[in-house]
Design a protein around this ligand. Structure first.
Ligand code: NAD
Length: 458
């Protein structure tokens, strides 16, 4: 689709939305079922595209992209009728006899912009929310995962009319043109700098935005913990999708009492997961582009490699790598790593860990491995972060009952499950008053009424 076609796509969607066709809950459910059916038919193609773009194994492609989206669709189909029902709320005595309710209404024409690291799920999961809430949607996939983008285009074109769900192919010029249009909500997943571009453009039309951004997510390992389990879960969370996960543990803050043992346990775990040579493992991914490969290799060269570090530019392979004796001044500690490199910083205790983590902007996630509830509470209470896990990694984002999103520099707004429905809905507050009785207390002339009104407004 050419750049000059973009204004017409958006205006056709607006006309279509105004026909009210997208509002009935039955229609929404039917569309979600159609999406799932088309995904099932195209599942092999989708998994092959994810393998081509990111070396994703079918297992990771299914669990984190396709199966994950099925679950969001199922959850929405099961609950959307409930979510869409008006909610009755109480009315203050002064305004009786009245009843009050909240109506969730679709916002209208929405724009969803996705990144490359989970190129399918991060576009489709917001789409499920947008359609569940009764909107139309324009989708813009990342140009950096072109094989997946091509399958998404085919899937969307085969399943939906463009006035309902449209797919726009391309990169910066196309997104720039899209951002000039008036949308009723923009849902963006990607980097902090582009998040700022999106928010600036949205301000022109006062369009609400959801920004799902990134950041350096810390992982604290206390001395009171089962180190073998901690190592297994950290290594899994870090090297899933070759570390190209927005909520991957970015760096470790490890209590000095257990640092050496944790390093040994992590080394053994990497071997158990990916074998002696992870390059030969069918379960280990590849770096998405040469630019990111060069960036990551530069980081490895600047650090003290404890294990891993091997790379192959031709296949964009970078071994699961752990950097020892890292400090906050290291290259790997400047920005989000977004690759299979894990710097390990040694700390004295939880206070020290908090002091270091607070030197960086609010992260998207945080992980705490501890059996001590005071330590758990201190990190949960004192460190601002989007969401996270205690004694685990990544899995908070796979629970549709939890809001998923950042805070501060890691983003604004949250989605998944009911929160996705809420993001794409306007909650209209309504009061309905009987015309049979009209209490005069609030009307002029006010003389003599103030003391009485004070009994209601204490
Ligand atoms: P990105 O910001 O470079 O790109 C995201 C989207 O914006 C793409 O569709 C791209 O085409 C578009 N884009 C890029 N430059 C643009 C510009 N100048 N103007 C307009 N549009 C532009 O992000 P990315 O590299 O695809 O993804 C990596 C980032 O995304 C990381 O920071 C990661 O933490 C973050 N991320 C966050 C989440 C989350 O759920 N919070 C999930 C995945 C990735």
């Amino acid at each position: 689709m050419a750049v000059q076609d973009i204004p017409a796509i958006v205006s056709r969607q607006r006309q279509y939305f105004e026909t009210n066709a997208t509002r009935p809950v039955d229609f929404r459910i039917a569309q979600l079922k159609a999406l799932k059916k088309a995904m099932k038919e195209m599942e092999p193609e989708l998994l092959a595209a994810l393998a081509k773009d990111l070396g994703k194994s079918d297992f990771e492609g299914y669990t984190s992209e396709v199966g994950f989206t099925y679950e969001e669709i199922n959850h929405t189909i099961d609950h959307v009728a409930d979510w869409a029902r008006p909610v009755r709320v109480a009315t203050p005595l002064l305004h009786q006899p009245s009843s009050s309710r909240i109506h969730a209404q679709p916002k209208g024409v929405t724009l969803i912009i996705g990144p490359w690291n989970y190129p399918f799920q991060l576009l489709m999961s917001p789409l499920v929310g947008a359609l569940g809430a009764g909107n139309t949607a324009v989708l813009k996939a990342s140009e950096i995962a072109p094989a997946t983008a091509a399958v998404i285009a085919k899937l969307v074109e085969k399943t939906f009319k463009p006035e309902y769900v449209a797919y726009v192919e391309g990169g910066i010029p196309e997104t720039t043109e899209l951002l000039k249009q008036r949308f009723d909500h923009i849902f963006f997943t990607g980097s902090i700098p582009v998040g700022k571009i999106v928010m600036r453009a949205a301000a022109e039309n006062l369009t609400p935005v959801t920004l799902e951004l990134g950041g350096k997510s810390p992982c604290f390992v206390d001395k009171k913990v089962d180190l073998k389990v901690a190592a297994r879960r950290i290594v899994w969370g870090k090297f899933y999708n070759a570390g190209q996960t927005c909520v991957a543990p970015d760096y470790l803050l490890v209590d000095k009492a257990v640092k050496a043992d944790l390093m040994t346990a992590m080394k053994a775990q990497i071997k158990e997961f990916f074998g002696e040579d992870p390059q030969k493992s069918p379960d280990y991914g590849r770096i998405v582009s040469d630019r990111h490969f060069d960036r990551l290799v530069g980081m490895v060269k600047a650090g003290k490699v404890a294990f891993g570090g091997e790379s192959d530019k031709a296949t964009r392979y970078l071994a699961p790598t752990v950097l020892d004796d890292a400090t906050m001044a290291d290259k790997a500690m400047e920005d989000e790593i977004f690759g299979p490199i894990l710097p390990v910083l040694t700390v004295d205790d939880v206070s020290h860990a908090l002091k270091l983590a607070k030197q960086r902007p609010n992260p998207l996630a945080c992980y705490v491995f501890t059996n001590d509830s005071d330590t758990e509470d201190r990190i949960v209470e004192e460190l601002p972060f989007g969401g996270g896990c205690i004694n685990n990694a990544l899995i908070h984002l796979a629970n549709p009952n939890l809001p998923f999103g950042g805070v501060g520099e890691s983003g604004m707004g949250a989605y998944h499950g009911k929160d996705s429905f809420d993001v794409f809905s306007h909650r209209k507050g309504l009061v309905k008053t009987s015309t049979l009785v009209d209490v005069k207390l609030k009307y002029p002339p006010y003389a003599g009424r103030l003391s009485l009104i004070k009994k209601f407004m204490r």
